[in-house]
Write a protein that binds this ligand. Structure first.
Ligand SMILES: C[S@@+](CC[C@H](N)C(=O)[O-])C[C@H]1O[C@@H](n2cnc3c(N)ncnc32)[C@H](O)[C@@H]1O
Length: 211
């Protein structure tokens, strides 16, 4: 027997886009409320996900920063410029699948901004593709579609956005050295945990701003 939904589906199918639109509106409204709450507190003690884009990390716990004002984005700004956040007030910075989209001077700028906005004792976790593991993958005969994807980003489509391409990557030991040079302490590679990227070809590094 046909369910009620099956019976009415042919008639409501053409309005499916309204469901997507309503969901996006609700997500954006939630993000705006959250951002206003944090703005009133001057963002003191907030956790930020730089740049969560369409794939925010623990939404609700972390504010999603991105240059593109998508429904799931809380704070819109260009991370290659000075962050619109005061010194020493952010409790945690998380960033996945992002630094590799920037040129080297911008990567260094962003790492310095992470240090500047973090509060003393604040934690940074940064994940990017692991160029060393990708190189091993190539030498060991890994599927080229996989290694190229990690090396170059979303390169397959004619409509690939500039933001989707990869530009610079530090191997994990160099990232640890760079973070230490910038003043971070206890910088170390840790398991990927709940970071949703292939652990064979990405790393996660944790570091702290000293107290
Ligand atoms: C590959 S997505 C990563 C999304 C998510 N963090 C994840 O782990 O899947 C990279 C994000 O960086 C954003 N982005 C790229 N350049 C940026 C910039 N200069 N300022 C702010 N966001 C930027 C893009 O819009 C995109 O949402």
């Amino acid at each position: 027997m046909q369910s009620f939904l099956d019976r009415i589906y042919p008639r409501i199918r053409r309005y499916r886009f309204l469901w997507g639109w309503a969901k996006d509106r609700a997500t954006k409204a939630r993000c705006s409320l959250r951002t206003e709450d944090w703005r009133e507190k001057g963002f003191r003690g907030a956790k930020i996900d730089v740049c969560g884009g369409r794939n925010p990390y623990r939404p609700g716990e972390f504010l999603n920063v991105d240059i593109v004002d998508m429904p799931s984005v809380d704070l819109v700004f260009d991370i290659t410029k000075q962050f619109p956040i005061d010194d020493g007030i952010i409790a945690e910075v998380f960033s996945a699948a992002t630094l590799e989209h920037l040129r080297k001077p911008h990567v260094d700028h962003v790492l310095k901004e992470f240090f500047r906005v973090l509060q003393p004792g604040g934690m940074l976790r940064v994940s990017t593709p692991d160029i060393e593991a990708i190189a091993h993958g190539v030498l060991e005969g890994e599927d080229l579609a996989v290694t190229n994807q990690h090396l170059f980003g979303k390169y397959k489509s004619d409509q690939t956005e500039d933001y989707d391409l990869h530009r610079w990557m530090y191997p994990a030991p160099v990232m640890i050295k760079r973070l230490t040079e910038l003043g971070f302490v206890h910088a170390e590679r840790i398991p990927m945990g709940d970071v949703p990227h292939d652990p064979r070809y990405n790393y996660l590094i944790r570091a702290f701003k000293p107290n």
